[in-house]
Ligand binder design. Structure first.
Ligand code: MN
Length: 192
């Protein structure tokens, strides 16, 4: 059973001008599709063919683990963004972030600092720790919190392909754009 490329949950132009249609088309239709196709190629004969993607990510090793993690990470990333996103989280997530980081501005500062400080390609995540507190985690390459005890709430792709067309090498400008399209409602609903 092959895994499938999930459709973007909005039109490619829906996050413009923050993330352009060209970026979304290349990122989803090129990079994300490539990870899905590579995963399906490597799945053949692996013994993991019949598992859902989350289980493949947790059980695979080597190249299959990397491709499957990138397939899952990207599917998750698209659901972290929304055309009417941005602003600040309210409700329980807003309270948790304020308790842990002082206020939302400090959380955002710390997340951004980790995103800009991550050398090379990777991801920065807001997660819910097993003890219920929020945390910020940076992962290198294809690595994903899905393989550990933390529950991912929000992901920021900081591979250059996520922003190069729009922002060239300016990761800081991409982070500014990212905050304007974060879907806080979706992140809040993921809390345990
Ligand atoms: Mn990507």
């Amino acid at each position: 059973m092959a895994i499938e490329l999930p459709a973007l949950p909005y039109a490619p132009s829906a996050l413009a001008p923050h993330l352009s249609a060209a970026t979304l088309e290349l990122h989803h239709g090129g990079h994300h599709r490539g990870y899905v196709e590579q995963t399906n190629r490597l799945l053949e004969g692996s013994g993991l063919e019949d598992l859902p993607l989350e289980q493949i990510v947790r059980r695979a090793r080597g190249r299959l683990a990397e491709q499957a993690a990138q397939a899952w990470n990207h599917g998750f990333y698209w659901t972290c963004l929304a055309p009417r996103g941005g602003g600040e989280p309210d409700g329980r997530l807003g309270e948790l972030l304020a308790r842990q980081y002082g206020d939302f501005a400090h959380f955002r500062e710390e997340f951004t600092r980790m995103a800009l400080g991550l050398f090379g390609s990777g991801w920065v995540w807001l997660v819910e720790r097993p003890d219920g507190t929020p945390g910020i985690v940076a992962t290198r390459g294809a690595a994903t919190p899905l393989t550990g005890p933390d529950l991912p709430l929000l992901a920021c792709d900081v591979w250059e392909h996520a922003y190069y067309l729009d922002r060239q090498n300016a990761r800081a400008d991409y982070l500014e754009a990212f905050w304007k399209v974060v879907d806080w409602e979706a992140a809040g609903k993921r809390l345990r």
